[in-house]
Design a protein around this ligand. Sequence first.
Ligand SMILES: Cc1cc2nc3c(=O)[nH]c(=O)nc-3n(C[C@H](O)[C@H](O)[C@H](O)COP(=O)(O)O)c2cc1C
Length: 373
Amino acid sequence: MAVNPDTFRDALAQWPSGVTVVTTLADGNWHGMTASSFSSVSADPPLVSVCLLKGIYTHDLIATSGVFGINILAADQTELGKRFAGMIPDITDRFDGVDCHTSETGVPLFDHALAWIDCRVIFEYEGGDHTIFVGEVLDAGNPRKSAPLLYHSRSWGQFADQLPEKAAIADVGITRLETETGVELTVEKAALAAAGVAVSPAEVVVDSRDPATVEAAIAAQAKVGIDRVVLLHAFDPDRHDAVLFAASNLARGGFTEVVLDDTAADANPLVVRQRLVDISVRIKPSVTGVCLRDHAGLGLANALAALKSGVTQFDTALGGMGGLIATEDVLYLMELLNISTGASRAEAVEVAHSLARNLQLPRAVEPRPTWML
Ligand SMILES: Cc1cc2nc3c(=O)[nH]c(=O)nc-3n(C[C@H](O)[C@H](O)[C@H](O)COP(=O)(O)O)c2cc1C
């Protein structure tokens, strides 16, 4: 008994896939369509395949031209996926505003795809109402390092966020407090370290708005031997590319931990997410850390966005000193999320209280109340 067509379609819809735009040429004009049937076939020789419905325009163009390109879409390119599937009415030119280049075959290849593959058809197989085109890969590129666009059950999406199992918490406030007050806090620093919170790790500070500071830090890295760099103004919404560029250069320049500092309190969960997803992929194997501020109640929301974007290093300050997110709040969040930090929140809060008592700190820098314990 033949399978019911609807049941078959519904079953296939459960298969998750990436999304590509297959491009080709017709009399020198570009054409393209969305396809998820792309697959790798062989490494040597390099071959890929795509299955296209007989009778659609792109199918006939590829059969005639004998060339096609595969453009693998990134998570932020849903609109392109819809557009090239003919799902956006009133679009007359699917390539409008899409930056493209060509390589061996002359088919359009997206400048901002996750990856592109330039192919010449070497086999065509019958596949029922589809044709399986097998292409010999003549050239390929991987212009963007970012998360992929996914398609599942007729919905567009991306990888679900996984929370890390472990995170490391550092306190950068206590050392600044020493500088500001002139009071040595050796005992409190030792207590905080004993509580499992790293105290002001050695670092180099650079400003994302000033490329000279980035270059100077890279030039000095090998000599100074400090592995951790703090990049100021790293969440400015208007400077995405500049921050990415600075972070990538610092990682390439030898820094193994790049801390993104929300210097002007620009961060919001969306900016945090977009920036970190792009940076974390780009600077691997270096680690991305964050130094977030607690403004407009967004501190922990931003910390959660950072955790979900692959960050496991958090710079904090006891009691939220200097406007940073409070060490004890972050430790509490980690506890709730079952993320191990190796730190004791109770001991950290004890240090915060001892600081407030000993230094008679003004209300604004007092530690968080003990209701959380
Ligand atoms: C996520 C997604 C994946 C698709 N994958 C394929 C595919 O692999 N093969 C195919 O023939 N059509 C596929 N389609 C449908 C084509 O994109 C659609 O029919 C398109 O309008 C064809 O363009 P054309 O008529 O200009 O050739 C897919 C559509 C979507 C939304």
